[in-house]
Design a protein around this ligand. Structure first.
Ligand SMILES: *Cc1c(COP(=O)(O)O)cnc(C)c1O
Length: 432
């Protein structure tokens, strides 16, 4: 990345923390042993893997044995979903599984495959802000529901789901799966976008399976982890040498795992430093004609549970600035239950992809939504589930902030974007 690039796409990936790189370096160079080897070089690598596992366990408030390293969060989601359903299928049980309409593709696609294979599936709808409804969820739960998978925070619009409350609802509806000790349904959450900002104590949250990713938390790409609560039935989806307690064969990505451990330790430290944020303003309170006095800007915030105040302040400056300067700009997602680093807008008459390209030419990196769907012409399934028309969904822009974001970056996008939107609207003629 060029130094002068304004990077505002932290939900797609984050830069590697220099401390993380430093921790990884020995295992990319001198300490290249295979953790399965008996000799001391192998044992050194094995120890490093176990140390990292301890760091994750301490962060998640679980035991070491409950942490499984994978090659990505995508793989962790696949392991959680296929692994659980396959294991229960082996008992000859006809399963029903539940997820939401706004999950990442790494959850949606496994659900679709299982559905094709005859597993009964419910996709829960969400409200206009991207929240699932408890009553819909309660209605969806059946005698044979074995798995509920609901993401902690959405990667496109940043909506936070009340995971603890959902797990309490699930617990209330739990029953013993006949002839086993399993209490169904089990609860999985894809927490990839939440790890930087929200509570990740798996016992407090009450989840059985919890997915995280290295490269979304200033760690390396190509490594993820799945928390698996003791006693959760899981069948491996990758078979071989039996690494990771048989749940994920393949020689461990030692440097990646060490990097993930260091990235997690950094977040743990950062979280203990930050205090709870506040929500004082609703999006519905803001109209373009509102003039927001400069001094009061700092006290305004979206995203009630956010802990990172400075990030949130910059993000709110962005949201308020955009809504004030671009006519008809609309904020997608939730005003209150929102990640502190996420802003997602629709600009009627301006095409998302065109805005991304034009901003890139000005040295600003943003996204239309998820990195995965941006290559296809399909509208974002998340925005459609929030009730946007396909046309509206094609006019969306996701701006996500992170540790490196400076006041100057926000000033820069606030200067460039209104000009770009105006031009694109003139070309399309779809906004007057
Ligand atoms: C990025 C992301 C993933 C995929 O993570 P990888 O480690 O890149 O496979 C899964 N879920 C969510 C919510 C994400 O944002």
């Amino acid at each position: 990345m060029k130094k002068e690039m304004t990077y505002l796409d932290y939900a797609a990936t984050t830069p590697l923390d220099p401390k993380v790189l430093r921790a990884m370096m020995p295992f990319l160079t001198l300490d290249y042993g295979n953790p399965s080897s008996v000799h001391s070089a192998g044992q050194k690598a094995a120890e490093a893997v176990e140390k990292s596992r301890e760091k994750l366990a301490s962060f998640l408030n679980c035991s070491k044995e409950e942490v499984v390293f994978t090659g990505s969060a995508t793989e962790a989601n696949n392991l959680a979903i296929f692994g659980l359903v396959k294991k229960i299928q082996k008992l000859g049980f006809k399963s029903h599984i539940i997820t939401s309409e706004i999950e990442h593709h790494a959850v949606i696609e496994p659900f679709k495959i299982l559905e094709k294979q005859g597993v009964e599936v419910t996709y829960l709808p969400v409200d206009g802000e991207g929240r699932i409804s408890f009553s819909e969820m309660e209605k969806a739960m059946k005698e044979n529901t074995v798995l509920v998978s609901i993401m902690y925070a959405n990667n496109e619009v940043g909506t936070i789901q009340p995971i603890k409350e959902i797990s309490e609802l699930i617990k209330k509806n739990r029953k013993k799966l006949f002839s086993t000790d399993y209490q169904i349904p089990f609860f999985h959450t894809d927490a990839v976008q939440a790890v930087n900002y929200l509570d990740c104590d798996v016992n407090n949250l009450g989840v059985d399976l919890f997915t995280l990713s290295g490269h979304k938390i200033y760690g390396p790409k190509g490594v993820g982890a799945l928390y698996v609560r003791k006693g959760t039935p899981l069948e491996p989806i990758i078979l071989g040498g039996g690494q990771e307690s048989g749940l994920r064969s393949g020689t461990e990505n030692v440097a990646g795992i060490v990097g993930l451990g260091e990235a997690i330790s950094q977040i743990k430290r950062q979280k203990s430093r930050l205090r709870q944020g506040h929500s004082t303003l609703r999006v519905s309170d803001i109209r373009p004609e509102d003039s927001v006095p400069r001094d009061s800007m700092n006290s305004m915030s979206f995203g009630g549970r956010a802990k990172n105040k400075n990030l949130q302040r910059l993000r709110d400056k962005l949201i308020i600035g955009i809504i004030k300067t671009i006519p008809g700009a609309k904020l997608n997602g939730s005003a209150k239950d929102r990640l502190p680093n996420n802003a997602n807008f629709s600009f009627k008459g301006a095409e998302g992809e065109a805005m991304v390209i034009a901003l890139d030419q000005k040295g600003i990196a943003v996204s239309t939504g998820s990195a995965c769907s941006s290559k296809s012409l399909e509208p974002s399934h998340v925005l459609v589930a929030l009730g946007l028309s396909e046309e509206e969904a094609h006019t969306s822009l996701r701006v996500t902030l992170g540790r490196g974001t400076k006041e100057q970056d926000i000033i820069k996008i606030l200067k460039e974007l209104p000009i770009i939107v105006k031009k694109l609207r003139e070309i399309s003629g779809k906004f007057n």
